[in-house]
Design a binder for this molecule. Structure first.
Ligand SMILES: [Zn+2]
Ligand SMILES: [Zn+2]
Length: 340
């Protein structure tokens, strides 16, 4: 089969490779669409060390080709949960499969979705309903991580929520918060186009970062500050701004990933406001059917988050686009034509 193979950091080539082997507990899927993620950029550049050669890609949708499972028939459209876990360790047995120390991410620790075919355990293949279109389906993996995160903070109807950062995950978080009945839901984002998208998707208001917006958030929340801050950038100053917008006793969900080992934060404010911190990693199986359902019923819209659609063969260009600033870019989806 054809696959985009990372042979060394920065070296991506379209190669002919052996089709993945199938055994009875696994499903062979022809990948039709995949999403390009910041993690792929870090793997590509070498910031996340991996073995080479590697087929990257962990956001993928496709069609079942071969399967022994009755619930998964050839031709069924599916998405794949790329987070494999051992099932027998302390964490897996406690239901915290997303924390499994032997966990494997397809596309990082094993071959992933930037190829014609991929195999995955039956337990990690989820059928799509007719209402979900294949092109946006890879984004459901992203939605599962947001849903898993919001399970920890349990938004109550009428609570005020500030979302710092309106990239793909911020836009998903705002839709989930609205679905929980939060009010107002306020987005903070420097990019005007992303603010516009957020307001179309239901944000009560979207504001640029800065002092004036901190003031606006206080005004919109009876002078107190927001009940819940969802930080979706992983950037130090943005976390600090979120803390400034939090009310006394608020919750702060640190969703954005940072690998920085030093960040300047107003620690005194964490104490003084008695903030409760939450963090969240990946997702669990339970989040997949729930996310497919939310998209199928239109509760969460993913189509407005797709800014570019390109053929799989242009993966290198797509990864380059992630590194460059563009006014109107969010998710890049790759289409996997059979004849590429
Ligand atoms: Zn990702
Ligand atoms: Zn485990």
């Amino acid at each position: 089969m054809k696959a985009m193979v990372l042979t060394a950091p920065g070296e991506l080539v379209l190669n002919e490779v052996a089709q993945p082997r199938l055994d009875t507990s696994r499903v062979l899927v022809r990948v039709t669409h995949s999403g390009v993620c910041g993690t792929d950029f870090k793997i590509y550049s070498g910031a996340i060390p991996v073995r080479h050669p590697l087929i990257m890609g962990h956001e993928m949708a496709g069609e079942v080709v071969e399967s022994d499972a009755d619930a998964l028939r050839p031709g069924d459209r599916v998405i794949i949960d790329p987070e494999l876990y051992c099932g027998v360790c302390f964490y897996c047995r406690a239901g915290q499969t997303n924390l499994c120390p032997s966990g494997i991410l397809l596309g990082r620790d094993a071959d992933g979705g930037f190829a014609e075919y991929v195999v995955a355990p039956q337990s990690h293949v989820f059928p799509l309903s007719d209402e979900v279109d294949s092109q946006t389906a890879p984004l459901i993996q992203v939605l599962t991580t947001c849903l898993h995160a919001q399970r920890q903070v349990d938004i109550f109807p009428g609570e005020s929520v500030v979302i710092v950062g309106l990239g793909v995950t911020g836009q998903v978080h705002l839709q989930l918060a609205k679905a929980r009945g939060a009010y107002p839901v306020i987005g903070i984002e420097p990019n005007a186009w992303r603010r516009e998208v957020a307001e179309k998707l239901g944000a009560d208001v979207a504001l640029p970062p800065g002092e004036a917006s901190i003031h606006s958030v206080l005004q919109a929340t009876n002078g107190r500050g927001a009940d819940l801050i969802i930080e979706a950038t992983g950037i130090g100053p943005a976390i600090a701004e979120g803390i400034a917008m939090a009310r006394l006793g608020a919750r702060l969900l640190l969703f954005g990933i940072t690998t920085a080992t030093e960040v300047r934060l107003p620690f005194y404010q964490l104490y003084f406001k008695e903030l409760t911190l939450f963090s969240s990693r990946a997702a669990k199986s339970e989040d997949f059917p729930a996310s497919i359902d939310l998209v199928g019923r239109g509760v969460v819209q993913l189509k407005p988050l797709v800014s570019d659609v390109m053929p799989l063969g242009e993966l290198k260009t797509a990864i380059g686009m992630l590194g460059s600033d563009s006014a109107q870019r969010m998710k890049i989806i790759l289409e996997h034509g059979i004849n590429q």
